[in-house]
Write a protein that binds this ligand. Structure first.
Ligand SMILES: CCC/C=C/C(=O)SCCNC(=O)CCNC(=O)[C@H](O)C(C)(C)COP(=O)([O-])OP(=O)([O-])OC[C@H]1O[C@@H](n2cnc3c(N)ncnc32)[C@H](O)[C@@H]1OP(=O)([O-])[O-]
Ligand SMILES: NC(=O)C1=CN([C@@H]2O[C@H](COP(=O)(O)OP(=O)(O)OC[C@H]3O[C@@H](n4cnc5c(N)ncnc54)[C@H](OP(=O)(O)O)[C@@H]3O)[C@@H](O)[C@H]2O)C=CC1
Length: 257
């Protein structure tokens, strides 16, 4: 299923591919023969990630803040010049900060929505118009979050990710006429570099709230994402697949004081 030449000659962009889940996705796609361009805001981080990914296949990096349409356009130029086409877009870049809703200022709300919702659309709009629509082919996976019961403790990101969840469904229908599939992956709590930024108080005892009694791994998210991109998922579009050890069915993500 994940054979080393399944994605041969396919070109992929993974936003936020310099760390955590995005890095694991990039590595998995390389292992399946794809050529991968990782992007993010920090050049040094991207350079180091690309160096450590190089033994697995053809990888390059490009600095691009997904919130800035001109930088997204420049990333498309870079891909067009280098590879002339694009097959896969993984919208993984994103993030937020934990805070009770009443303490999220309009500026903080805007920062998180801008990153996770507007940024995802900037990438999707540009890559679809530059590559997928003219090619009449392409596959997009949006990495969102576990928003099944809202997102107590991170309302801003819940709202933004719900926007991406809905965008996924709409684009799957609208762009089916161009042969483009659009799906989303909703990770629960994943042991990653991103999670290290959260305070211990939030993470304490969290595995107990998960039916499978552990956090997920970045590799597990990468397997699911890679599967959705492959021809084996050719009849799947407009889906959001949760990968959360069953947590969404059980209860709250965070203990609210
Ligand atoms: C269980 C977990 C499951 C999920 C895990 C993951 O997702 S792992 C992945 C985890 N990885 C990541 O999350 C990484 C990516 N995350 C980020 O880059 C940032 O969190 C961002 C999305 C806010 C973007 O930031 P930016 O550069 O656009 O914005 P800025 O820094 O200039 O701030 C603008 C305004 O936002 C507000 N505000 C910001 N921070 C805090 C805070 N801690 N506290 C309170 N408020 C905060 C504040 O109002 C600030 O304005 P001020 O008061 O300064 O005038
Ligand atoms: N870990 C978890 O438990 C969960 C994670 N997620 C989501 O999965 C995704 C990956 O998270 P994870 O790997 O854990 O965390 P990381 O913090 O390691 O990854 C986030 C990545 O996004 C990039 N990024 C953030 N903002 C921007 C931006 N404006 N433009 C370009 N790149 C950006 C960062 O790159 P750089 O620093 O170079 O800008 C970084 O590589 C995120 O969207 C996250 O919210 C969702 C649910 C749970």
């Amino acid at each position: 299923m994940f054979s080393s030449d399944l994605l041969k000659e396919r070109i992929a962009v993974v936003t936020g591919g310099g760390s955590g889940i995005g890095y694991a996705i990039a590595k998995q796609l390389l292992n399946m023969g794809a050529t991968v361009c990782i992007s993010g805001r920090k050049e040094e981080k991207l350079r180091a990630a690309a160096e450590s990914l190089a033994p697995f296949g053809e990888v390059c990096y490009c600095v691009c803040d997904i919130r800035e349409p001109e930088q997204v356009e420049a990333l498309a130029d870079f891909i067009a010049q280098r590879y002339k086409r694009l097959d896969f877009l993984v919208n993984n870049a994103g993030g937020q900060f934990p805070a009770p809703a009443e303490q999220i200022t309009p500026k903080g709300f805007h920062a998180v929505v801008n990153n996770n919702l507007n940024g995802t659309w900037n990438m999707t709009y540009t890559m679809a118009n530059r590559f997928f629509i003219p090619q009449k082919s392409g596959s997009i996976v949006n990495i969102i979050a576990n928003i099944y019961r809202g997102f107590p403790g991170m309302m801003h990101t819940g709202a933004a990710r719900a926007g991406v969840d809905n965008m996924t469904k709409t684009l799957a229908v609208e762009w089916s006429r161009y042969g483009i599939r659009v799906n989303a992956v909703a990770p629960g709590i994943i042991q990653s570099t991103g999670l290290e930024q959260y305070p211990e108080s939030i993470k304490q005892g969290i595995a107990e709230t998960i039916p499978l009694k552990r956090l997920g791994t970045t590799e597990e998210v990468a397997y699911l994402t890679a599967f959705l991109l492959t021809p084996m998922a050719a009849y799947i579009t407009g889906e959001t697949i949760y990968i959360d050890g069953g947590q969404r069915l059980r209860g709250d993500m965070f203990k609210l004081n």
